[in-house]
Design a protein around this ligand. Structure first.
Ligand SMILES: Cc1cc2nc3c(=O)[nH]c(=O)nc-3n(C[C@H](O)[C@H](O)[C@H](O)COP(=O)(O)O)c2cc1C
Length: 404
C-alpha cells in the first residue's frame, strides 16, 4: 500500500517509519507543541485554532475553533475531550494508521485541547476492529502517564467501540461510552453543553485532532496558507482497491478530483471509471464528467457530494447502478440504530427494490427517500437520502432504466 504526502502536516512520522515510542516521537520533534501550549493562555490557543481554519475531518466539516470556544465558555466542574476513532466509513482507513503508527500525536493533541477548553478527562473511542491500534494506544498512554504528559490534571482512557457504524455518530458514541444502547440523542442540548454524562464535551475526530500539534507549533496562519477557499490545510485520502495505487495520501484541499484519480491513484486497474464515492456512503456519487471539481467542502456540497472522511471508492463501468444502490442501502439498513422508523424500516425496502429481478416502484422509492430526508434524527438517514438525491442528479438516465 502506498503512503504519500505532498504536504506533511499529518503523515511525517508515518513516512519516517512510525513513532510508536515516546522516545521516537520526541526525536522527530514531537512534544514541543504541548510544552508551547502549556505556556499559552487557553484563549490564545483557541484563537490559533480559529485562525487555522481547521474544520472537522470526521464528516461534517464543522469549524473546530468554534467548537473549542463553545466548550471553553461552559462553566462546569468537569468537562471531557473525546477523540472519535470509530472510523466506520467503508473505504476509510486514515485514522487507523494515525493511531497505530503515531499514537503520541493524538495524545499530545488531546492534552492541548484539554488545556484550551478546561477539560480534566479524555476518552479515545476506538473502533473495535482495530486491535493493532488498541495495542499501540494502550502502550502509548502508559508511557505518556509515566512521562508526566497525563496525570491528575488530565488523563485519557481508551474505550473500545461496540462494532456498529452508528457508534461513530457523536451522540450515539457518547451513549456507548456511558454503556447505554448506542442510539442517537435528539438535539438540543448540544454536546458542547451537555455531552458525556451530561457534562460539556469536546468531540473531535482523530484526524482533526492530529492537525493540532502542527498548528500550535507553526501557528494558525501557516496552516491557513495550505488548502484553498473555505477548506484550509490538508486532508488524508484513503484510495481503495480498484485504483492502481491504492493507499493513504495527504493532500492539500483544492486538489482536483481528476488528480486524485489519475496522479495519486494511477487510474483504475480494471475498466473505465463509472462513479466516484468520496465521503463514504452517506454522501453523493459523482460521475467522471465532474472530475475537475476541486476537493473542498462547499465545492463538493454544491454537487450534492461531500469530502466526508476522505475514503475514495471508485466504481468501474462493469458495475451496475442498481448493484451500487442495493449495496449502499444494505449497509444503511444493517447499520441503522433503529430509532427513526424511515431509516430502520424504509432502508431495507429500498435495498430489496434494487435486488436482481425485484419489482421497482419509482413513486414509492421517492416517498421513502423523502421520509428519510425529512424525519431522520441524524446524518445516517439524511446521508442515505443525499446519496439517493445524487443519483437523480448525476445518474438520472441509468436510474430511469432501473424503474423501466
Ligand atoms: C452515521 C454517522 C457515523 C459517523 N461516524 C463517524 C466516525 O466513524 N468517525 C468520526 O470521526 N465521525 C463520525 N461521524 C461524525 C460525528 O458525528 C462527528 O461529527 C465528529 O466526530 C465530530 O468531529 P469533527 O468535528 O472533528 O469532525 C459520524 C456521523 C454519522 C451521522
Amino acid at each position: 500500500m502506498a503512503v504519500q504526502a505532498r504536504q506533511t502536516v499529518l503523515l511525517g512520522n508515518l513516512l519516517a517509519g512510525g513513532a510508536r515510542t515516546l522516545e521516537q516521537y520526541c526525536k522527530r520533534g514531537g512534544g514541543g507543541a504541548l510544552a508551547r501550549a502549556h505556556s499559552m493562555a487557553p484563549e490564545s490557543l483557541i484563537e490559533q485554532i480559529e485562525a487555522s481554519g481547521l474544520r472537522g475531518r470526521g464528516g461534517a466539516g464543522f469549524p473546530t475553533g468554534r467548537k473549542w470556544r463553545a466548550v471553553a465558555a461552559e462553566a462546569a466542574s468537569q468537562k471531557f475531550v473525546v477523540a472519535n476513532g470509530d472510523e466506520g466509513d467503508p473505504g476509510a482507513f486514515s485514522d487507523r494508521f494515525l493511531m497505530e503508527d503515531d499514537p503520541f500525536r493524538l495524545i499530545e493533541a488531546m492534552a492541548i485541547a484539554a488545556h484550551a477548553v478546561g477539560a480534566s478527562r479524555g476518552v479515545i473511542y476506538l473502533r473495535k476492529e482495530y486491535p493493532a491500534a488498541a495495542q499501540s494506544l494502550d502502550s502509548a498512554l502508559r508511557e505518556a502517564r509515566s512521562a508526566g504528559w497525563l496525570g491528575d490534571s488530565f488523563d485519557i482512557e481508551l474505550t473500545l467501540g461496540q462494532g456498529s457504524y452508528i457508534c461513530g455518530e457523536e451522540t450515539a458514541m457518547l451513549n456507548s461510552i456511558e454503556e447505554r444502547r448506542p442510539e442517537v440523542r435528539p438535539r438540543p442540548p448540544q454536546i458542547t453543553a451537555q455531552g458525556l454524562f451530561r457534562k460539556p464535551t469536546l468531540v473531535n475526530n482523530v484526524e482533526t485532532l492530529c492537525a493540532v500539534p502542527w498548528i500550535v507549533e507553526h501557528g494558525g496562519a501557516a496552516y491557513a496558507e495550505l488548502g484553498f477557499s473555505h477548506s484550509r490545510g490538508t486532508k488524508l485520502l484513503s484510495l481503495n482497491s480498484l485504483f492502481r495505487r491504492p493507499g493513504l495520501y495527504e493532500v492539500e484541499f483544492g486538489i482536483p478530483l481528476r488528480s486524485v484519480v489519475e496522479d495519486l491513484g494511477g487510474g483504475l486497474h480494471r475498466g473505465q471509471l463509472k462513479a466516484l464515492m468520496v465521503g463514504g456512503p452517506l454522501a453523493g456519487l459523482l460521475p467522471p464528467r465532474l472530475l475537475d471539481t476541486p476537493l473542498g467542502h462547499e465545492e463538493m456540497q454544491a454537487l450534492g457530494a461531500a469530502v466526508g472522511h476522505g475514503g475514495v471508492i471508485a466504481f468501474a463501468d462493469d458495475t451496475s447502478l442498481a448493484e451500487i444502490v442495493e449495496q449502499v442501502f444494505r449497509f444503511g439498513a444493517y447499520e441503522s440504530c433503529g430509532k427513526c422508523t424511515p431509516c430502520h424500516l424504509g432502508t431495507p425496502v429500498i435495498e430489496r427494490m434494487f435486488a436482481d429481478g425485484a419489482r421497482r416502484d419509482l413513486a414509492r422509492y421517492r416517498d421513502l427517500i423523502h421520509a428519510l430526508a425529512a424525519t431522520s434524527l441524524c446524518g445516517h438517514g439524511r446521508g442515505l437520502a443525499e446519496f439517493a438525491h445524487s443519483l437523480e442528479r448525476h445518474f438520472a438516465g441509468e436510474l430511469a432504466t432501473c424503474f423501466a
